[in-house]
Ligand binder design. Structure first.
Ligand SMILES: Cc1cc2nc3c(=O)[nH]c(=O)nc-3n(C[C@H](O)[C@H](O)[C@H](O)COP(=O)(O)OP(=O)(O)OC[C@H]3O[C@@H](n4cnc5c(N)ncnc54)[C@H](O)[C@@H]3O)c2cc1C
Length: 302
């Protein structure tokens, strides 16, 4: 059986990543162009990773099965994005965001990584705003916040009910800029069908050209799989068809470890009512379905 090596840095929780960054060896800027990183996926995760790595000076190849990165399922996200900026002065902090996230994740998430997420949350809002994401603002022009997901503080940055769409447009324009500069090679309509592993390290992918059917080899120095959620492995789901397990399944078959497959998001509106303790949303959609105002198909609640 494979042994999970999480590579979490040593030291006290709040210092782990700061210490890791200081301890890490730097790559000489002149050498960065010698390294090629393959990024599979161009949703919020893949597009921002590809654009950022290119800005840092690495050669990047970004592969997606959609006809445009703008088709990624990130576009469906609505609510908002949490950051410990404490704009409302209601007692928020990196530690409180860390604690709420661990609690919200049923105490199953990896603490060091969640702490890092909380640490970088404030900067990620600044980065998105710099990319032109039109977050909601107060009358006076400052970024607005709302309380989200049962949090006791208001730390959610949002763009009406289309935060994911606006974030994706921001990530897409950052990616397009690097594509235009010749730093990223964007390959669309190619589905990753296998991962190439050399001495235990991912060094390439095999893709199928979805137009011609041809199999293509891609080699690099590192591979990032940013291929999104896999809610469609469940019978009922409101996910896009492409949110399946095709890429991560290949990685799993090649030896990658996978934990907590039950921790994937399936919006509650698609689950048929089975008891009184189910969320209000589910009950609401069930009553709308009974009234014939919505139709439940196998994979989507219309
Ligand atoms: C309705 C809804 C509401 C949400 N609300 C929120 C919210 O309020 N706040 C929040 O933080 N999160 C929210 N989320 C979750 C969040 O949107 C997602 O976790 C996030 O956008 C996923 O981004 P991603 O880049 O990982 O994946 P995706 O956007 O799904 O992108 C996957 C990419 O991988 C590519 N791909 C996949 N498989 C292959 C393959 N085999 N070969 C080649 N390319 C492949 C696709 O082409 C695509 O470009 C919501 C999600 C949904 C669906």
């Amino acid at each position: 059986m494979a042994k999970l090596e999480s590579k979490v840095p040593s030291g006290p929780l709040a210092d782990k990543w700061r210490k890791h960054k200081v301890d890490s060896k730097l790559v000489n800027p002149a050498n960065k162009r010698k390294y090629e990183v393959i990024v599979v996926g161009a949703g919020l995760a893949g597009a921002s990773a590809a654009a950022t790595l290119a800005e840092l000076g690495y050669k990047v190849k970004c592969i997606v099965f959609h006809d445009s990165p703008r088709r990624a399922h990130s576009i469906a996200a609505q609510g908002g994005i949490n950051a410990a900026k404490n704009y409302q002065n209601d007692g928020d902090s990196v530690y409180r965001l860390f604690y709420d996230t661990i609690k919200g994740g049923d105490y199953r998430a990896r603490e060091a990584n969640v702490h890092r997420l909380a640490e970088v949350s404030a900067n990620s809002i600044d980065q998105c705003a710099a990319q032109g994401v039109p977050f909601a603002r107060e009358y006076g022009g400052l970024l607005a916040n709302r309380s989200f997901g049962g949090a006791q503080v208001s730390r959610t940055f949002y763009a009406r009910g289309q935060t994911g769409q606006q974030l994706l447009l921001g990530a897409y324009s950052a990616l397009s800029r690097t594509v235009g500069q010749g730093l990223v090679q964007l390959i669309t309509q190619h589905e990753m069908v296998d991962l190439v592993v050399v001495n235990g390290h991912a060094k390439g992918v095999i893709t199928r050209d979805l137009v011609t059917g041809q199999l293509v080899r891609h080699s690099g120095d590192a591979v990032i799989l940013a291929t999104g959620g896999y809610g469609n492995v469940f019978n009922l789901s409101t996910y896009a068809r492409g949110s399946n397990a095709t890429a991560i399944w290949r990685a799993y078959k090649r030896g990658a470890c996978m934990a907590n497959p039950c921790s994937t998001q399936i919006p509650p509106t698609c689950i048929p009512v089975s008891g009184d303790y189910q969320s209000k949303l589910t009950l609401m959609s069930e009553s709308l379905r009974k009234e014939g105002r919505i139709r439940m198909t196998k994979n989507a609640a219309d």
